[in-house]
Structures are given as C-alpha cells and as structure tokens.
Design a protein. Structure first.
Length: 240
C-alpha cells in the first residue's frame, strides 16, 4: 500500500519550542527560590500542569494559569501581585518568541512536496499554533493543518477519516514517541521518530519501541531518501 500522507508534528519537530518553556520555567523557579528549592518548584509546576491538561489543553495560556496556581500553592496564597504580573509577562514573552526553524526542515518539505500530501498535526493553543505557522513561512507546503487537543489513537483515527485514507497510507513524523509515534503505530500507521535534545517530562517514555512500521532517524533530512525511495524503487522494509 503506497504512502499517501506525511504528517509532521510542529513543536520541536519543525521549530524550537521546549527550550523556550524550560527557560521560562527557570525564571519562574528563581522567582520563588525564597520559598522552595528550584527543583521542588519545578516539580510542583509539572504536577499542576499535568493535572490541568484535561481542563486547559496544551499551550502557553494553560502554562500561565498553571504557573499562577503553583505560585499560590507554594506561597500559601501570599503571592504578591508583582509576582503574578511577572508570571503573566513570562507568558506574553513566550507568545511573542520568534519562530526558529530546525535544521533541514525546509529542505525536507521542498523535497517531499508534490510527491505526497503533507500535513501538520500538532497540539497546543489554536491561536498560538496558527500564529506560529504563519510566522514560520511554512504554511504553503501543507495540504492540511490539524490542531489537536490530544494525540491519542482516537484523535489520529479521526484525522485519517478526515483525510480519507487508510492507516497504512499515513506516516507521522515527530519528536515525541508518546504522542507522535506510539498511537499511530497502534492504529496501523507508520511512525518516524526524530529525537530533539530536550523533551518535556510529560512526553518522555522509558521503553524501546520495536515495530515493523517504526523507524528512528537522527536528523529530519534522513527521511528524504527513505521516503523518496518509496516512490522510485518500490517497497522497503518497514514501509510498504
Ligand atoms: Mg513536538
């Protein structure tokens, strides 16, 4: 079955994201270092963020609210209005960050466009992800942009239905094994992992993946010869 659609995750696959969040988290931890050690503040924040995902989804606005909630908790509700003002400022700074494309991304999209339908499948705030795509200058490469509230098996099934393709006609490329690869393999699609040097604690998994539809590359550029050989030379192991 030939591959029809190649979907790309956006944050830390097409452009830099997690390092910006981690810089902000450091500032947040420093702001409350008189109350608790940095790593304890960081752990509290992560705990609050994960608890709030079902309420706020992924993205900067939810992150801001979780920072404020964590500040209230660790200061026993005595956090100053100045500190809250700073936290809101951290979030607004994050929203204003420029888009820094990762190495090889444009080369990959240029090489694959015309051979496959290219799609973006990303989590995050709708408005923020739209803003990032526009700023990235990459929009014109894509046939479809899917901003998802979660990346589970049911969410991918819905996307495939929308794209009117079968699972084995779909390849997902991303930096998160948990969100970009495992659910896609589980529904019969193909997954390519392009690791990024920093991964959010909530996206980490501890075990290795062995699956005939799975492959890992060190750099996104490595997918070009692999995916183009699908067209020129026919099947290769792992992608049929
Ligand atoms: Mg990502």
């Amino acid at each position: 079955m030939p591959i029809k659609v190649i979907a790309f995750d956006a944050d830390d696959t097409l452009w830099v994201n997690e390092p910006y969040f981690q810089e902000t988290e450091k500032e947040f931890c420093s702001l409350f270092e008189d109350y608790l050690p940095h790593h304890t503040v960081g752990r509290e924040l992560l705990h609050t963020e994960i608890q709030n995902i079902t309420l706020y989804g992924y993205g900067i606005k939810g992150f801001m609210l979780s920072m404020i909630e964590t500040a209230l908790k660790i200061t026993n509700k005595t956090v100053s209005v100045e500190a809250v003002d700073k936290i809101i400022g951290y979030g607004k700074d994050l929203l204003a960050r420029p888009i820094e494309l990762l190495d090889g991304v444009e080369e990959v999209l240029t090489a694959l466009k015309g051979h496959y339908r290219l799609v973006v499948a990303t989590k995050g705030d709708l408005l923020d992800q739209e803003r990032k795509l526009k700023k990235s200058g990459l929009e014109h490469y894509f046939h479809h942009i899917e901003i998802m509230s979660e990346k589970g098996e049911a969410d991918y099934r819905k996307l495939l239905k929308h794209l009117d393709i079968k699972p084995d006609e779909f390849v997902m490329i991303g930096n998160s094994l948990k969100s970009d690869v495992l659910p896609v393999l589980n529904i019969g699609g193909h997954g390519i992992h392009v690791p990024y040097h920093i991964t959010w604690a909530h996206e980490r998994i501890e075990h290795n993946i062995e699956h005939e539809n799975f492959r890992q590359v060190q750099q996104i550029k490595e997918i070009i010869p692999f995916l183009l050989s699908e067209i020129n030379d026919g099947p290769e192991p792992g992608l049929h």
